[in-house]
Structures are given as C-alpha cells and as structure tokens.
Design a binder for this molecule. Structure first.
Ligand code: SF4
Length: 180
C-alpha cells in the first residue's frame, strides 16, 4: 500500500483492553499516522467508518447483541481488510460464558437476582439492543486477519499494522501469538 491507507476501529462486547493495547504502541503511533489516516475510533468524535469505506477495519469484542451485530456488519461493509482484534473478537472471549446459562437466566441474574438489587427489572425498552448468543466476529461477518490475545501485545498489533502499511498480509506466528 504505497498511498496513505485509512484505518477505522470500533468495539463490540469487550473491555476496551484491546484498544488500550493499541495505544500502547507508544511512539510508533507517530509512524502510523504518517502513513495512515485514522478515520474513526470509539475515542474520537467520528464513531463509525466513513461511507466511502476504509482500507483497514479493526473490531474488538464479540457480538453480544443486535447493536454489536449492526456495528460489525457496517465495519465489514466499509472495510477492505477486517481485523478481529483480541480473544473476544476471535473466539468470543469471557462474555461467551453466559451462553451456557441462556439469555433469560443471564438477564435475570444480572438485573433481578444480584445480592445488591432491590426491586430489579429486566430492561425492556424497544430502543435497547436485544441480547443475543455471544459470538466471535467471524460467526457474523467474514474476517481477514485474526489477532488473538487478551489483550494482544502492542508489538503484535504494530506488526500487523506495519505489515499492512507495507502492502503485505501479516503472517502471525511465534511471539506474536503469546498469551497474556
Ligand atoms: S480480548 Fe481481553 S482485553 Fe480484549 S476486549 Fe476481550 S477481555 Fe478485553
């Protein structure tokens, strides 16, 4: 990719730790912005990738509800290359633990039965996203690059981004797949 590439990121059902690890590339972010335009991230004013699309889309987190599904589909439609960033995006991660009890029981436990709850009620406003079985991103949209880890190291994230900036598809192996 010789011309400046565009990069967008967003998060689904995750803890933001993968985005924190992205920020941990530290001074290399200067090199990143020299070669790439960050169009939209959860921490910028523009939250969604532009309609004209981006070169690289990055998704953190699993798909946990109807809002996550819409975000994942928009990012896929608008990204030439889609990265699943972190264990939650790649495998579903910790939130998939609630799949074992079912949505109804999980909602009841969270909103009604917790020890600190008095007169709890499961939210039912139609404006609120509908909870779904929690899934990894590739069960909803095709993924091009998988970068596991909780969170992936800054070095692994930088390796992936710098390879893409150089016009190569990253090959993840060895130290870049270390578990944290
Ligand atoms: S993979 Fe780990 S750091 Fe990333 S969103 Fe999931 S729990 Fe957080």
């Amino acid at each position: 990719m010789s011309q400046k590439v565009t990069v967008a990121s967003d998060w689904l059902c995750g803890c933001a730790g993968c985005h924190m690890s992205l920020l941990d590339i530290d001074e290399r972010i200067i090199e990143l912005v020299q070669h790439a335009t960050l169009t939209s991230t959860p921490v910028t004013d523009l939250k969604h990738p532009p309609e004209q699309g981006v070169t690289v889309g990055i998704l953190e987190g699993g798909v946990n509800n109807s809002a996550n599904e819409a975000v994942a589909k928009m990012m896929r439609e608008r990204s030439r290359i889609l990265i699943a960033l972190g264990d939650c995006a790649v495998f579903g991660g910790v939130p998939t633990m609630r799949n074992t009890v079912g949505i109804g029981d999980a909602l009841r436990r969270a909103y009604v039965e917790t020890e600190s709850t008095v007169d709890g009620k499961i939210p039912d406003d139609p404006e609120i996203a509908c909870m779904q079985v929690c899934r990894p991103v590739d069960q909803v949209v095709p993924v091009d690059i998988y970068l596991p880890g909780c969170a992936p190291s800054a070095d692994a994230i930088w390796y992936v981004l710098s390879e893409l900036l150089a016009g190569r598809m990253p090959e993840l192996h060895g130290k870049f797949l270390d578990w944290h």
